[in-house]
Design a protein around this ligand. Sequence first.
Ligand code: NAP
Length: 358
Amino acid sequence: MTDLPLSAADVADTGSASATMTDDELTARVHDVVIIGSGPAGLTAAVYAARASLEPLLIEGVVEGGPTGGQLTLTTDVENFPGFPAGIMGPELIQNMRQQAERFGTRFITEDVTLAEVTTTPVTLQTASGKTIRARSLIIATGAKPRRLEVPGEDELWGGGVSACATCDGFFFRDKHVIVVGGGDSAMEEATFLTKFASKVTVIHRRSELRASVIMQERAFKNDRIEFLFDAEVTEIHGRDGLMTGVSVRDTATGAMSEVEADGLFLAIGHIPNTWLFEDVLDTDDEGYLVVDEPSTATNVPGVFACGDVMDHTYRQAITAAGTGCRAAMDAERYLAGAEGVTAAAPDAEPATASTDA
Ligand code: NAP
């Protein structure tokens, strides 16, 4: 990779596009590449597509698929993204990626896509404010949203103690007892983070073994404010006057029921891919993730590519999402150049354009 620093003049040349295009111009044009999603996958696709002079338009959602900027905006320290030996805060990492995409000419719209017609040529999208966006190629980077427990009390007490974001809501639980449900890295991270505020954190996990990586487990085990309740599942969340007071718990080994008093409950039980815009049109696997023609990012519809957590339930890391975002941009570039094979079998060919990048 020879990603040379740009001069001030370069930045001025490329970075102002989003500010200069009016809504009428955005809707009149058929864009070469439209990207839906503003997490690491979408932003990396934008960097690559912009540097390939494709002038991508990135639509960053607001509500439907989770927060603008994706799940990294809800995390604290990211310690495993290469290039940051001292770690970097999730929101800062996303902000850096966004600036980088903008610097090369990516345009941004900040609103949800409400309708997607991906089998038409060009692809047609409708946004929440009524804009019609047309594209020769589409990169789907819509990510995934937190899974819910689907137990009584969860909906009623959402925001009244029940949350899926410790970074957002942990502050409200100073000197309180909170529960974290889950046994993966997210659960360990959330539990550890919550001990900054809470007097006690109880991790409730449905099995006797954690799924989390050893280093995250060890960090949580060493923290004397964190307790573990294994072989246990929350069956109901209780509250009074809209505020959570505790949960009912079933022992998954014996079936015995018990009550745990707590002021808050944080869900960390995985995610559901954001694919509702493409239901019945794009192929999905058993868990609802978009299927791509590996190792390309091509979906079953020509010119439509998918990257990041919406198509990956195996790795689901910021760095792997960024990697697939890069691949999607290169696949779109090849598709637009008329390269054969990108929408069917994986292309073995060299990239369509020479590049100074890795
Ligand atoms: P995950 O690894 O899929 O773990 C989900 C956990 O929730 C599992 O322990 C699972 O139990 C449990 N679970 C699922 N459905 C449940 C239900 N209905 N009721 C009760 N428990 C349920 O998800 P994640 O922790 O969000 O991690 C996702 C990915 O992001 C992973 O690759 C992870 O390594 C990564 N990540 C990395 C970091 C970091 O490095 N800083 C931080 C967060 C996440 P079972 O174990 O029984 O299946």
